[in-house]
Design a protein around this ligand. Structure first.
Ligand code: ZN
Length: 251
């Protein structure tokens, strides 16, 4: 089976379309949450995501934008964008977002899907030490996570005291880039596909990955998209300008 793993699309339609165009053939989509929030196309992106027939876990922005949680943990810019999104969302999409399941989900035996981490759906796993702690206790050998908007692979061999941290793509590279990783036996992985719609690893290119279960391989993707068009839509919608500027910076 070939699984397309998308995360943190954040209502960025141009980035989502560019990723789907760059994606190879796949059987199913795993969506790790934060479909909406920040971007100017919450209805279009929710509709497109639903049409893909994905398996979803919810993100903190999905919860806040659909009113499942309050905005008190959001910074002012994220809060403004969440309120704007809530007003924009068609009732059907709002209800869909409200009903998204909490991670972790285990769609196949060796894979867990989470937005933040297996122990807390809102936790940011940025530090390798946190990832290794979780990997030593993980319920599945392969955990896909999002939330940090940083494309990354943490791995831990069974019995090892410390693991490895891999930064797949390099932001100095231009154009479309793929990096393939062969998964090893007796090793646990926490893998973040990166963010489709708001990368924060100093690389403005949209990010996702493909997991080939038969090959036992992960292919990381970075894909350029029409950032200027996305920025114009954010400004035209009256959303905070910072949300447009950061897309070009990739942070
Ligand atoms: Zn996010």
């Amino acid at each position: 089976m070939r699984l397309l793993v998308l995360s943190d699309i954040h209502a960025n339609l141009e980035a989502l379309e560019a990723c789907l165009e760059a994606a190879p053939e796949y059987d199913q989509v795993y969506n790790l949450g934060d479909i909406v929030g920040y971007g100017a196309n919450p209805n279009e992106v929710t509709e497109r995501s639903r049409d893909l027939g994905s398996i979803f876990v919810r993100g903190n922005h999905d919860k806040a934008c659909s009113g499942v949680t309050s905005l008190q943990d959001f910074n002012p810019i994220a809060g403004l964008a969440a309120l704007w999104t809530r007003h924009q969302l068609a009732p059907d999409h709002l209800e869909f977002l409200q009903r998204l399941p909490q991670g972790p989900l285990q769609p196949i035996e060796n894979v867990q899907l989470v937005h933040g981490s297996p122990r807390d759906e809102d936790e940011y796993i940025l530090m390798a030490s946190d990832a290794y702690f979780l990997l030593a206790r993980s319920a599945a050998p392969l955990i896909f996570f999002g939330h940090t908007h940083v494309q990354r692979c943490f791995s831990l061999e069974s019995g090892a005291s410390t693991g490895k941290s891999l930064v797949p793509a390099h932001h100095s590279a231009k154009g479309r880039q793929t990096v393939k990783l062969d998964l090893k036996a007796r090793t646990h992985y926490m893998i973040n596909p990166g963010s489709v719609g708001q990368p924060r690893d100093n690389d403005p290119r949209a990010a996702f990955l493909l997991y080939d279960t038969e090959q036992g391989s992960i292919t990381f993707y970075r894909v350029p998209y029409d950032i200027v068009r996305t920025q114009e839509k954010i400004i035209a919608a009256g959303l905070p300008e910072r949300l447009a500027a950061r897309l070009a910076e990739g942070r």
